[in-house]
Design a protein around this ligand. Structure first.
Ligand SMILES: Cc1cc2nc3c(=O)[nH]c(=O)nc-3n(C[C@H](O)[C@H](O)[C@H](O)COP(=O)(O)OP(=O)(O)OC[C@H]3O[C@@H](n4cnc5c(N)ncnc54)[C@H](O)[C@@H]3O)c2cc1C
Length: 422
């Protein structure tokens, strides 16, 4: 069991994405004890899965590495991966929290030599690449994982394969007897930074996601473009591995739709503009069509939109796409809908379609917790009359990294004030 001595002067941060990391670091660097709880086996959240990020189009690991370095040198932050908050009770200045830790089956002696993976025969869908490839059931969650440590999938524990992994490890790092555990801690304030999940594209049935492998989502596209992705960074048509000749981006796939997500996620337009650049950089002849309701690119990101518009192989069609089906004649994907500028019907065929799906909050509503305020979709609203638990980043609203960092810094300050008030 973890030995965590905390007091009501400590700050708890739930979620180790960019917003949780920021809140934890800002509070710790201001002199406060911080415990950071992350559900996945590594820190960094969805930013780790982006190929490049706007506005500068740099690799996300550059920015994350700076934060990990700040963490390494700061003894005031303790973090736990594969951990979740099971329950919260109390009030501002005095919370009691129960944390649940899932077994990793690999302890801190792991040197990442990879011999467990060599010995392991079973494979699982790679969660980091959204199941587009397979990995061994003893695996490093991603190339830049922090902490850099392997994980064993529970499916091989108690099997011959699990035993093989254990025997292959020269360092005694595989512990097949690990069990789920819980521990309790105290905190004076909580930052809730559990981020978002992509909207389930299979719910937008008329777009055929899940039935046609050439219909992918925007988060999958990030992995398809990445060197560490399922195709080594080549954007290839999933059904046959061919280079696409034309790709459609369908905006608001489920968003701004009363039957799915009535709100706008704010960043999907920019994500598609960015991804159209990924395509055009790889394939000088590939045609890109963006089907949109209206493009939302505010402030300095308007320049990015203008730059993409200047590319003669990128076409923008104001429209609503009604269906995506398999075109029996060509084997491509037939998009049907209406051009809302001209009123004309759209019937066009593409090799691949990228659905711009929106962001759904990992809501605090899922956890037994004292009264906190959320909007109707589960985003925390930070009601000033309910101080003590503060939402940060995409747990509060769908947004980009720069806004998330500002928001998390503000949440850290609010958490410090909650402690100072007591
Ligand atoms: C297709 C796409 C492309 C994008 N491209 C860009 C871009 O180029 N530039 C840009 O600025 N932004 C981009 N974004 C937005 C960016 O991904 C978000 O701004 C960023 O992920 C927000 O970080 P976060 O920490 O709030 O949430 P997350 O990244 O979701 O991190 C939350 C963390 O909390 C953890 N967690 C969840 N539930 C729990 C729990 N109960 N207990 C403990 N931990 C939990 C999660 O595992 C995760 O690690 C893009 C988004 C999409 C959809």
């Amino acid at each position: 069991m973890a030995d965590v001595q905390t007091t009501n002067q400590s700050i708890l941060v739930a979620g180790g994405g960019i917003s949780g990391l920021t809140a934890a670091l800002e509070a710790a660097e201001a002199g406060y004890e911080v415990v950071l709880i992350e559900k996945k086996p590594y820190l960094g959240g969805y930013v780790t899965q982006l190929y490049q990020y706007f506005p500068k189009l740099c690799p996300p690991n550059c920015g994350l590495e700076i934060n990990f370095k700040r963490m390494r040198v700061n003894p005031r932050i303790r973090f736990f991966t594969m951990a979740e908050i099971a329950a919260i009770s109390g009030q501002e200045g005095n919370y009691d929290v129960t944390v649940k830790i899932a077994p990793r089956y690999v302890n801190e002696k792991c040197t990442c030599c990879g011999k467990c993976a060599d010995a392991c025969e079973s494979e699982i869908d790679n969660p980091f690449n959204f199941g587009m490839d397979k990995i061994k059931a003893a695996y490093l969650p991603q190339g830049f994982a922090f902490p850099m440590r392997y994980v064993l999938d529970p499916s091989i524990v108690g099997t011959e394969d699990g035993k093989k992994c254990q025997d292959a490890c020269e360092y005694g790092a595989i512990d097949l007897d690990m069990k789920e555990s819980t521990f309790d801690l105290k905190a004076g304030a909580i930052v809730w930074a559990t981020g978002w999940e992509p909207y389930d594209a299979s719910k937008v049935e008329y777009y055929g996601f899940g039935q046609n492998t050439n219909v992918v989502t925007n988060v999958m596209m990030e992995r398809l473009a990445d060197l560490n992705g399922p195709t080594g960074g080549k954007i290839l048509r999933p059904s046959d591995g061919k280079e696409p000749k034309n790709i459609a981006f369908v905006q608001c796939a489920g968003s701004r739709d009363e039957n799915h997500l009535p709100y706008c996620s704010g960043i999907c337009c920019l994500a598609s503009l960015k991804q159209s650049r990924y395509v055009r950089e790889q394939y000088p002849d590939c045609e890109v069509t963006v089907f949109f309701i209206d493009i939302r690119a505010m402030d300095r990101l308007e320049d990015f939109y203008t730059m993409v518009q200047e590319d003669e192989k990128v076409r923008f069609v104001k429209s609503k796409i009604a269906h995506i089906t398999q075109d029996e004649e060509t084997g491509g994907l037939l998009l049907e809908g209406e051009n809302t500028n001209t009123g004309e019907q759209i019937r066009e065929t593409f090799d691949m379609v990228v659905l711009a799906t929106g962001m759904v909050p990992n809501s605090i509503r899922e956890v037994p917790a004292p009264d906190v305020s959320c909007d109707e979709y589960g985003f925390l609203t930070n009601d000033p009359d309910k101080a003590g638990i503060y939402g940060a980043g995409c747990a509060r609203r769908p947004t980009d990294v720069a806004s998330t960092v500002q928001d998390a810094t503000a949440a850290a300050l609010k958490a410090i004030q909650s402690i100072a008030r007591r």
